[in-house]
Design a protein around this ligand. Sequence first.
Ligand code: SF4
Ligand code: SF4
Length: 283
Amino acid sequence: MKLASPLVVTDIVDQHPCFSEKASHQFGRLHLPVAPKCNIQCNYCDRKYSCVNESRPGATSRVISPQEALRRVEEVIEKFPNIRVVSVAGPGDPLFNEETFETFRLIKERVPYLHRCLSTNGLLLPEKIESVKQLELATMTVTLNAVDPSIGAKIYPFVYYQGKKLEGVEAAEVLLNNQLLGIKMAVKEGIVVKVNTVIIPAINDDHIIEVATKIKELGVYMQNIMPLIPLFKFAHLSPPLPIERKRLQDECATVIKQMRHCRQCRADAVGLLRKDMSTQLFD
Ligand code: SF4
Ligand code: SF4
């Protein structure tokens, strides 16, 4: 039996706590950690924790099965009727894990009124776009840190793609081409796309305006410029100061709408952005 919808959904952005600051005071989201594997390496991610492109570094989530995820959704919406968005954001790359698709299929069948959302590094977006389309995702986040493969090569030491391990500029080029094509395809399918860009001082901080310009051209809805948390190969870098992040947000705001209320959530976050309930509910 399907659960009844508490409202008629008219505007996804107005109900998505990440895509609208106003909505974040009223509506919550539920992250489902069903996707453990990742197909790339980011130099700021040591893979001991959840994907730091969309989660707070240092926070690990216990991976759950698609069936457990569905049970979690049903339990959580009983307790928190203001949940409007259910998202897969890790702990690895959602598109690289079949469990993501199974989870969304179950949720679409049982709780169709919830908006379905995912976050990805974008490598598999072009080849998965048909499956994504069938899931009728409302929103998606793609992390895009550079639109120049020579900069990308400093951020991504390797990617696994079509059975091969690619390195250096070749790896960055394949990743970038797929990210750009995938974003374009997602926008064409009517998915509202946000791009996360991590400020990596001395690597891409002078380049973020070029990322903003490119994503605007592709029809992306908004950009979320996030500070680097120095880890792994970038552990020696200093994180950007809040004033530097604001300067970049202000500069990029002349090109594309900026998200300024990101909380860098856990991959199993639940509830309002400012009041994550995951540790009370699941730890
Ligand atoms: Fe880590 Fe996410 Fe990068 Fe994969 S895409 S290496 S999980 S930050
Ligand atoms: Fe939203 Fe930021 Fe949390 Fe992602 S990490 S769910 S964009 S607040």
